[in-house]
Write a protein that binds this ligand. Structure first.
Ligand code: ISL
Ligand code: CA
Length: 544
């Protein structure tokens, strides 16, 4: 039954291939490198991998600009390498979920090359073309997410084309059924090869209606997703997760409701954007506010309690590293990383571990702008310094929220180049790999890795984690995150100190419990009495 879909008791792991593991010394992670780490991932106990794009691409946006949806980028390997990865993962009970980037393609995709060749090209309407405004400039003042105008003039045909991201990422025109049919064919080609599903890049943008000023969550969005389901996903035992920055608790069920025949779940970002400055966005982060974070996470747990399904994540390839953003990546790194994992992974939904999170990798702390490689960061550096922001202030903000924080190479060992490459890495490796690395974590029974492995095992074994209802406690407490899960006669209670100060807690009667300690980042506990004293970043769970 849908209640017991395999992806509800699985823990996911996101791989950003460029930064995961380099097998041939060119400083760029690749598919053979991923294959060499499949035993490590099986040891962690994950059920599927979300693989960021590995398709042929000019790499303007590190693969989120695709020039051939059915071929593998040479720097990542060959189709045979991919088939070996798929088989190797399947042998270990791990599915491969591909990244579907179909809001836009690369400007080097044959479709766009044909589309831009002439105004009456067969594929002209695969993309969004508009005449210049009366003054010859862009059709309107729409801005790209990466800064600057969202329109670029194509001299050859005298029209502008739309790109919500980089100019090398022209938006596909979803109003065109012929274009949609090409997408369905490509999706089925991958599903027939045995992939376990798709993460869908900015899927809430595909139904944009530019002339009406609609960018996200357009009127035909769910029509397109239901057509996609009918034409490709239906009847297959796969998982789909749509990236939807515009998702909220009102529209979330439209994507993942059981009867909707659209997606399994979405990535929503309310807990992320609540920390951003209203005007300067991610480049001017607000101070951390636990009560605000709890309000958002509790709201989502309750909104999808009986239908639909949550994704659970702290980070990904676009976000800062969890322990740096929400924990303490210095004095209390191990304790706070384990606390964050405990709070997130015992909620209702599918948890996603971002590569390196499982052993507490931290943000980069670059000192020079030339160390950053992400075009979004570099574009906004130019725009904001030109507008008067001091370079060191921008770099300070980028060290908190630039996407490059998540893209420094995975630190496999304390060896030179962290065991990531034998060559020169495409982006600087964090010097703290000397003490923060997977090898060290695998040796230490008290490591963050061991904690994540335990959480994934608990999720596979305890129905209360997958199906139990959700009851928040102490909602307004400024430092404690606590909740219970109930299923039949079982109660799972989670308590976490989100701060570096020891505290005494008065426990509400209904929250008290006595039972079996499931996991803890200090000594095990099996009782929650009327009063609790919590160590810095202490977190634990009790089954009663
Ligand atoms: O965080 C963001 C919103 O301002 C952007 O950094 C991010 O690009 C946005 O979340 C969309 O992300 C997805 O689409 C982009 C790609 O660069 C990101 O890596 C991908 O996750 C364009 O394909
Ligand atoms: Ca390589």
């Amino acid at each position: 039954t849908p209640q017991d879909s395999w992806w509800k008791s699985a823990t996911a792991y996101q791989i950003y291939p460029r930064s995961f593991c380099d097998s041939n010394g060119d400083g760029i992670g690749d598919i053979p490198g991923i294959i060499s780490k499949l035993d490590y991932l099986a040891e962690l106990g994950i059920g599927f991998i979300w693989l960021s794009p590995v398709y042929r691409s000019p790499m303007a946006d590190n693969g989120y600009d695709i020039s051939d949806y059915q071929d593998i980028a040479p720097e990542f390997g060959t189709r045979e390498d991919f088939d070996r990865l798929l088989a190797g993962a399947r042998e270990r009970g791990i599915g491969i979920v591909m990244d579907l980037v179909v809001n836009h393609s690369s400007d080097e995709h044959p479709w766009f090359i044909e589309s831009r060749s002439s105004r009456d090209a067969g594929k002209r309407d695969f993309y969004v073309w508009r005449d210049p405004a009366d003054d010859g400039g862009p059709p309107n003042d729409l801005q790209s997410f990466f800064g600057g105008p969202a329109w670029t003039l194509d001299e050859n045909t005298g029209q502008y084309y739309l790109h919500l991201f980089d100019r090398k990422q022209p938006d596909l025109n979803w109003e065109n059924p012929a274009m949609r049919r090409e997408i369905w064919k490509m999706i089925n080609w991958w599903l027939d090869r045995g992939v376990a599903g798709f993460r869908m890049d900015v899927i809430d943008l595909i139904a944009k209606e530019i002339d009406r000023g609609i960018i996200a969550d357009g009127p035909r969005l769910h029509e397109y997703l239901q057509e996609m389901h009918r034409e490709t996903l239906a009847g297959r035992d796969i998982v789909t997760v749509g990236e939807a920055w515009s998702a909220n608790t009102e529209n979330a069920l439209l994507y993942s409701g059981q009867a909707r025949n659209e997606l399994s779940m979405v990535f929503q970002f309310e807990h992320v954007t609540q920390q951003w400055d209203g005007k300067l966005g991610k480049w001017k982060p607000r101070p951390f506010d636990l009560a605000a974070l709890k309000r958002v996470m509790n709201k989502w747990q309750l909104a999808l309690a009986d239908d639909g399904w949550n994704s659970l994540f702290w980070g990904n390839h676009d976000l800062p590293r969890a322990v740096s953003k929400y924990g303490d990546d210095k004095r209390w790194r191990v304790e706070s990383a384990k606390m964050l994992a405990t709070v997130l992974h015992l909620m209702k939904g599918t948890p996603y571990i971002y590569q390196g999170e499982e052993f507490g990798m931290t943000n980069a702390a670059f000192s020079r702008i030339d160390q950053f490689k992400d075009l979004e960061t570099l574009n906004f550096y130019d725009l904001q310094t030109a507008a008067g922001v001091a370079p060191e202030d921008f770099i300070a903000g980028a060290n908190e929220n630039s996407r490059d924080n998540a893209r420094t190479p995975v630190q496999w060992s304390s060896a030179r180049q962290a065991g990531f490459t034998t060559g020169t890495p495409w982006i600087d490796i964090n010097p703290n790999h000397s003490e923060i690395n997977a090898a060290e974590a695998l040796q230490d029974p008290q490591s963050i890795f061991t904690h994540y492995r335990c959480l994934a095992k608990l999720r596979r074994e305890l129905p209360v984690i997958v199906h139990g209802d959700y009851q928040p406690w102490l909602e307004e407490h400024p430092q404690v995150f606590a909740y219970s899960r109930h299923l039949d006669d079982q109660t799972l209670t989670v308590v976490a100190n989100f701060g570096d100060r020891e505290l005494q807690l008065e426990v509400p009667e209904a929250m008290r419990a006595e039972g079996r300690g499931l996991i803890a980042n200090y000594e095990d506990r099996n009782v929650i009495g009327a009063r609790l004293s919590l160590q810095p970043y202490e977190a634990f769970a009790i089954l009663s």
